[in-house]
Each structure stands twice: as structure tokens, then as C-alpha cells.
Design a protein around this ligand. Structure first.
Ligand SMILES: C[S@@+](CC[C@H](N)C(=O)[O-])C[C@H]1O[C@@H](n2cnc3c(N)ncnc32)[C@H](O)[C@@H]1O
Length: 350
């Protein structure tokens, strides 16, 4: 569907859908059994915000209409949600192959059996060897429980992957996590540098420097080659080359300006446990949130977003970060979405 765009590239028609394929990271609860030092959700040991299976059903139906190709459910801890299996069924009924992200501690063989035919992959967070992991995740025994969860997935042939948070302290364990992921039979390993948000504000000094992120990228390339046959090792960070060759990936060109004719609608969307829908990075300033699906349907949130001050603000932010930071960034591995989030809290970007 094509609609007219104004001089800032913002669509003028109220009623339209995403032009490009979108992915959703859907935090269905903020309830968690762990108290991780770095939790950007600020998850608690009681459910403060939690979607019901019925609410998820109507949201997932809207996602289907919105050109969504991938959904990952997260939390809090999604396995604490009493209706996780029903939620996965709903996604499958709508034609998705969902993923979910878990700390693994509550995954039993019974749960693994139930989700086997419903999920594309279960992503399990492992942040280091036993002692480090338990301290970082705020619970003695968390590591052993996660390993039992992984064993249950393996026994029931459920595809799984590992996710590892890279901090200054856990950097020395990268070789170990790659070997562990491969030995366990994980289909992939995502190395995610710590970003600042929620409880991670307290440990901001553990974030990697720009240079360390670049070193991590080189390390990742080596590990990718080393474990190619068993586990795909990758990093949750953008490439400067990709962003500068195709500024549409940074939402910094659009429509006729873009040689790929890509539209600059946000393509990665996050639903926070409190219902706020956020483009690209969960740590973005709330004044750029798209809307709240506890107040109106996801469809209405999206329809009202196009051309709104929030949409214009988001595009202005992307343009400013691109012009002022991306183009001159000294390294190839660039924490672009974190730069976007940080800049959104500064005054005067729009
Ligand atoms: C918010 S958790 C929720 C799912 C589940 N409870 C878990 O621990 O995997 C989802 C993922 O985000 C990661 N994460 C949380 N806070 C982060 C931060 N500040 N920086 C980087 N990754 C973070 C976790 O390590 C986990 O892999």
C-alpha cells in the first residue's frame, strides 16, 4: 500500500499499515523468580503488569494484520505466566512460529513437551559460569536450574539457543560460553553487550567501552568461524557499514530518497509489560512511545502513530543520531539502538 508523504517523509493518511515487515518483542509479564543485576525491565518477584491470554489473543491477531513476521515472547520470566502454553498456541493459530526468552530455571520436561510443537526456538539466558551467573542473576542455584531446563529441552528435542550478556566482568568468559553453547547443542549464541536501563543503571560502569565492543565484534567473527558447524555465534550490535550504506536501516532516509525504496516505518517493536509500545529500543524516552495497548487496540496505536508528533520525533532523532554520531563513529561495530536511546533523553534533538 502506498500513501503520500510530506516533506519530512511522514505519511499523511491516518489509515495504513506497516510498509515493511515488522518483528515484535512482547513482554507478557514483569513477574520474575530471579533478581538480575542488569534487568532493564526491572522485573519483580510479584506480577505487577501481566497480560491475560485473552488480551494476548487480540494483540496477536492485530500483529498478524500488521505485516508481522516474527514474535518473541519475553518478560519478566514468561514461564511463570500461567497461560504461556495457551499464548504460544494463539500465536501458532495466527500463523507465527514464536520464540520465547527464558532464564530456563522453571523449564521441566513436561513444559518442554507442551511447547515442542509450538515454538521455533527457546532462548535461554546464561551469563557466565556457575558462580558468576548466580551472583549476576541474584539467586544461588540459578545456573544449575538453567542447565536442568536446557537438559529438559534437549530430552524433548526442543530447539534452543543461548543468550549471554557481555559486561567488563564477563568478557573473559566468552570463549567458555561459545564452547558451552556448542557442547550443549544450542543452535545459536547471541552475545549481547550490557546496555543501561532499569536495574542496569546501578552497574552502568560494567558496560563495554566503544573499543571493547569493537574487540567483541572481532572475537565474535572468530568464534563464528570456529563453531560454524554446530552453533551460530553472533552479536546483538549493528554494523556501521550496513547503516551507512543503507541509511534506511537507521531510519535516516526514506521513500524516493532511499535507493532500496524502503519506507522508514519502525521495523522492530517492543511491547513493555505495562502495555507501552516502543519503536526499536526499550530504553527510549517515553515521549517517543507509540502508545499504550492497555488504553486502545494495537491496531489503533499503530494507525494513530503514523504522522503523530511521536513519529516525527522518532524520525528526527534517527536523523540526528545518524548525522552526528553514526557517520563519524570510529569503529565498525556500532551500538546504534543504544545511541538512539541515550540521545532521546537529551534536550533539543527535535
Ligand atoms: C529481560 S530478560 C526476560 C526473559 C528471562 N527472564 C531471561 O532472563 O532470559 C530477556 C533478556 O534480556 C537480557 N537483558 C536484560 N537486561 C539487560 C541489559 N541491561 N543489557 C543487556 N541485556 C539485558 C537478559 O539477559 C535476557 O537474555
Amino acid at each position: 500500500m502506498t500513501t503520500p508523504i510530506d516533506s519530512q517523509g511522514v505519511h499523511q493518511h491516518a489509515l495504513r499499515f506497516f510498509e515493511e515487515e515488522v518483528t515484535f518483542l512482547f513482554h507478557i509479564t514483569d513477574w520474575c523468580n530471579l533478581s538480575c543485576q542488569h534487568c532493564f525491565i526491572n522485573a519483580q518477584n510479584v506480577p505487577v503488569h501481566q497480560f491475560t491470554a485473552e488480551e494476548v489473543l487480540s494483540i496477536v491477531r492485530d500483529m498478524k494484520k500488521l505485516n508481522t513476521t516474527r514474535i518473541a515472547f519475553s518478560g519478566g520470566e514468561p514461564t511463570l505466566h500461567p497461560d504461556l502454553t495457551r499464548i504460544l498456541e494463539v500465536a501458532v493459530e495466527e500463523g507465527f512460529s514464536p520464540d520465547f526468552v527464558s532464564n530456563g530455571t522453571l523449564i521441566t520436561e513436561e513444559l518442554a513437551e507442551k511447547v515442542r510443537d509450538l515454538v521455533r526456538c527457546v532462548l535461554i539466558s546464561v551469563d557466565g559460569p556457575q558462580e558468576y551467573h548466580d551472583t549476576f542473576r541474584g539467586m544461588k542455584g540459578a545456573f544449575q536450574s538453567a542447565m536442568r531446563g536446557i537438559e529438559a529441552l534437549r530430552k524433548k528435542d526442543v530447539p534452543f539457543a543461548l543468550q549471554f550478556t557481555v559486561t567488563k566482568k564477563s568478557f573473559p568468559y566468552i570463549e567458555w560460553i561459545a564452547e558451552t553453547a556448542s557442547d550443549l547443542g544450542a543452535e545459536s549464541l547471541k552475545l549481547e553487550p550490557l546496555f543501561v536501563g532499569g536495574r542496569a543503571r546501578e552497574i552502568a560502569s560494567s558496560c563495554l567501552s566503544e573499543k571493547e565492543i569493537d574487540e567483541l565484534a572481532e572475537f565474535t567473527t572468530r568464534l563464528y568461524g570456529q563453531y560454524l558447524a554446530s552453533t551460530s555465534v553472533y552479536m546483538g550490535i549493528h554494523s556501521k557499514k550496513v547503516l551507512t550504506e543503507h541509511p534506511c536501516n537507521a531510519y535516516a532516509c526514506f521513500g524516493s530518497e532511499c535507493h532500496r525504496h524502503a519506507e522508514n516505518d519502525p521495523r522492530e517493536l517492543i511491547i513493555l509489560p505495562d502495555g507501552n509500545v516502543v519503536p526499536v529500543d526499550s530504553c527510549l524516552n517515553p515521549r517517543l512511545y507509540m502508545g499504550n495497548i492497555r488504553e486502545k487496540s494495537l491496531m489503533d496505536v499503530v494507525q494513530e502513530y503514523f504522522g503523530s508528533p511521536q513519529h516525527r520525533g522518532f524520525l528526527a532523532l534517527c536523523r540526528k543520531v545518524f548525522d552526528e554520531q553514526v557517520v563519524s563513529y570510529p569503529y565498525e561495530a556500532i551500538p546504534w539502538s543504544q545511541m538512539l536511546a541515550a540521545a532521546s533523553w537529551e534536550d533539543g534533538y527535535d
